[in-house]
Design a binder for this molecule. Structure first.
Ligand SMILES: C[S@@+](CC[C@H](N)C(=O)[O-])C[C@H]1O[C@@H](n2cnc3c(N)ncnc32)[C@H](O)[C@@H]1O
Length: 330
C-alpha cells in the first residue's frame, strides 16, 4: 500500500526549492512531494495534513529528518498553524488536493465504494461523517449536495432512494450505500465507471468541506508567501481546478475575458500574484499510462508579488447546506 505522487517532477520544477528557504506542503499524504523537496535543496519543510495517519507517517520520517516539521491540521488554517510555531513567512506552498491512496485503500476509512467499510469518509476523523449525511439530511439537501459536488444528473432520484431506504434501515456501510445508488440509477448499464462514483465524490467533498478548505487554503497561502514565493496547486477535479484558476487570475489582475497576449486588467487591489503561465500543466502520456489516477491532474503555479494580500474572500461559487447544521443535530 503506497501513494504514487502525481506530476512530481513538474511540482518540484514549479516550486524551485532553494537552500535555506522554507516551504509548506499543505497535503503531506505519503510524503512524496515533501521528501523530494527536502532532497532538492537544504531547506525546511512544514508538512501539514488533517489526517492523523498521515501525520504519524510524517512524525516517523521527522525522527531522521530534522528539516521536516509535521503539523496536524487543515491547510485552510496554515497561517495559524505556522504562526503558532513562530513561522510568519514561507517561500513556497504546495497543495495536492484530494484523497491519498492510503485513505482510499483502507476500507475502514469508508472512502471507497469498492471496499466494504463503515460509511465514514472523514479525512480529519472528526465532525459529521458520510453516515450522518445520508441518514440525517433531507432529500432536498442530499439532492443539492449530489448535484453541486458530484455534477450527478440523477441526483434527485438517488436522494429519493436514499431517503426511502433509510426508513426501514439506516445506512452503515460503504457497500450498502453503493448498492442503493446502483438500484436508483438502474445498475451499471455498460458504463465504465461505477454508478456510485459521482455520489461518493460529492459526499466526500461535502463531509470534508473540500471546496471551502481549498478557498481558505489559497487565501492563507497568499498571506504567508514572501515576494517571489510560489504557490503550486495540483487538482484532480474540474470544480477544484476552476476555483484555483479563478483565484489565480483574479489575484493576478487578469480576468478570463482577456486574450492570451493581452489579459484584461480589472480595477482592484494591486495584483498579489504574477501569472507566469496561464495554462495548467498536465501529465504526459507516460505518466497517465503508468498511473491512471494522474489522468485528470492539473498543476497551476503562480508567483507572489510584493503587493499586500487581498482582503476579498475567495468564493467557492457553491451554496451548500451548512455542515454546521448537521453538526448541531448530532
Ligand atoms: C493526494 S494526497 C497528497 C499526497 C502527497 N502529495 C504525496 O506525494 O504523498 C492528499 C492529502 O491531503 C490531505 N488533505 C486533504 N485536504 C486537506 C486539508 N484541507 N488540510 C490538510 N490536509 C488535507 C489528505 O488527508 C491526504 O493525506
Amino acid at each position: 500500500m503506497s501513494h504514487v505522487p502525481v506530476l512530481l517532477e513538474e511540482v518540484i520544477q514549479a516550486l524551485q526549492p532553494q537552500d535555506g528557504e522554507a516551504y509548506v506542503d499543505g497535503t503531506f499524504g505519503g510524503g512524496g512531494y515533501a521528501l523530494r523537496v527536502l532532497e532538492a535543496a537544504d531547506c525546511h519543510l512544514y508538512g501539514i495534513d488533517r489526517d492523523f495517519d498521515a501525520i504519524s507517517r510524517a512524525n516517523e520520517l521527522a525522527e531522521h529528518q530534522p528539516r521536516l516539521t509535521p503539523l496536524l491540521g487543515r491547510f485552510g488554517d496554515m497561517d495559524a498553524l505556522l504562526l503558532n510555531i513562530g513561522v510568519n513567512e514561507v517561500q513556497g506552498v504546495m497543495l495536492d488536493i484530494g484523497v491519498s491512496s492510503f485513505q482510499i485503500d483502507e476500507g475502514e476509512r469508508g472512502f471507497s465504494f469498492m471496499r466494504d467499510g463503515p460509511l465514514d469518509m472523514r479525512m480529519g476523523q472528526a465532525g459529521p461523517s458520510a453516515k450522518d449525511v445520508v441518514n440525517l439530511m433531507s432529500a432536498a439537501d442530499l439532492t443539492s449536495i449530489i448535484r453541486q459536488l458530484g455534477e450527478e444528473r440523477q441526483a434527485k432520484r438517488i436522494a429519493a432512494f436514499i431517503v426511502e431506504r433509510r426508513k426501514t434501515e439506516t445506512f452503515e456501510t460503504t457497500l450498502d450505500l453503493a448498492q442503493c445508488i446502483e438500484d436508483a440509477v438502474g445498475g451499471r448499464r455498460g458504463k465504465k465507471t461505477h454508478p456510485a462514483t459521482l455520489t461518493f465524490q460529492a459526499i466526500r467533498m461535502y463531509v470534508n468541506d473540500e471546496l471551502g478548505e481549498l478557498a481558505r487554503g489559497l487565501a492563507a497561502a497568499e498571506r504567508m508567501l514572501t515576494p517571489g514565493g510560489r504557490l503550486v496547486v495540483v487538482t484532480f477535479h474540474s470544480l477544484e481546478d476552476r476555483l484555483v484558476k479563478q483565484f489565480m487570475r483574479e489575484r493576478a489582475g487578469a480576468t478570463a475575458g482577456g486574450s492570451r497576449y493581452m489579459p484584461e486588467v480589472k480595477k482592484g487591489p494591486a495584483p498579489s500574484f504574477d501569472l507566469s503561465r496561464r495554462k495548467a500543466i498536465e501529465p504526459g502520456p507516460q505518466e497517465t499510462a503508468t498511473n491512471p489516477r494522474a489522468r485528470s491532474a492539473r498543476l497551476r503555479v503562480v508567483e507572489r508579488t510584493d503587493a499586500p494580500a487581498w482582503q476579498t474572500p475567495v468564493e467557492t461559487g457553491k451554496a451548500l447546506p451548512p455542515l454546521k447544521a448537521l453538526e448541531a443535530a448530532l
